[in-house]
Design a protein around this ligand. Structure first.
Ligand code: 13P
Length: 274
């Protein structure tokens, strides 16, 4: 069934499990991700960046995810990842997304609270779920040290905004970087003790398996994986397309790439459901 991420995260929290959130980079992989999760009976959050949502089209993507969900036995949410503008959030909600993230992590604390409150109001009006971010998860080719989320700030932020899930900075980094393995589980533990809503792991690619599990135990119930899925698809594509003839059916070439991505997805699912 198509749903918001709120019941998925509530159930995961009650069971001490995680819900994987996979980044879609092209329409082709929507049924691939849904079937990979359905095959192992795992509810799943499919998410897109604003750029991918605009590339595919908000309402086209939402209609396809809704339709695909009807054929699955597991629940599926469609989530807008890292929106920094309220206009993009409104566009996703109008298009039929069941969940959104407002990312005000680069703003001051007060600006982040104030904009997040507006996004919460918009999401509630559309009966969608909402995630926000406090503290910074790095991005880009250069690894920098970003400030970690202060546990007391996280508690105040959640109390004042009423968000459904909170992304926190504990040293992870979006993309394939070794630096992300140095995550601060001690800080996560303090945040977990201070906050009673599900926390979100961003930059899941490259985090050590045992650390992913520990993050689940320490309150992270939404775990984001993007780059690693993309890498498994593209790596296979480089090989398959290099050997292909121009009149080979695209479908057959893509099936092999989709299989490679499915394997990565199912490995990640095993990590967060234990
Ligand atoms: P990775 O690309 O590092 O897996 O991060 C995904 C993510 O957190 C999307 O917001």
């Amino acid at each position: 069934m198509y749903c918001t991420m709120k019941p998925l995260l509530a159930q995961a929290m009650a069971d001490g499990q995680g819900v994987p959130a996979f980044n879609i980079h092209a329409l082709e992989v929507v049924p691939v991700m849904a079937k990979a999760a359905d095959a192992v009976k795992c509810p799943v959050i499919l998410q897109v960046s604003v750029s991918t949502a605009k590339y595919i089209g908000y309402s086209l993507l939402a209609s396809i995810v809704k339709k695909v969900s009807e054929d699955m036995t597991v629940d599926i949410a469609l989530h807008l990842d890292h929106a920094t503008s309220l206009e993009d959030i409104q566009e996703a909600l109008n298009g039929g997304f069941s969940s959104v993230m407002y990312d005000g992590s680069k703003l001051t604390f007060e600006e982040n609270v104030s904009n997040t409150l507006k996004a919460v109001e918009m999401a509630r009006a559309a009966e969608a779920s909402i995630e926000a971010e406090l503290g910074i998860v790095g991005r880009g080719k250069i690894i920098e040290t970003y400030p970690y989320t202060e546990p007391a700030d996280a508690a105040e932020f959640v109390r004042r905004t009423g968000v459904d899930a909170l992304a926190v900075g504990i040293g992870t980094h979006h993309g394939m970087y070794q630096a992300k393995t140095n995550i601060r589980l001690d800080i996560l533990k303090e945040i977990h003790e201070a906050v009673d809503i599900p926390l979100v792991l961003h930059g899941g690619t490259g985090v050590r398996d045992e650390d992913v599990r520990e993050c689940v135990r320490l309150g992270m119930h939404k775990l984001n994986f993007g780059t690693e899925l993309n890498v498994s698809w593209v790596r296979k594509a480089k090989d398959v397309f290099a050997k292909a003839e121009p009149d080979d059916t695209m479908r057959n070439l893509m099936i092999e790439c989709n299989r490679a991505m499915t394997e990565t997805i199912q490995k990640k699912i095993q990590l967060v459901r234990f």
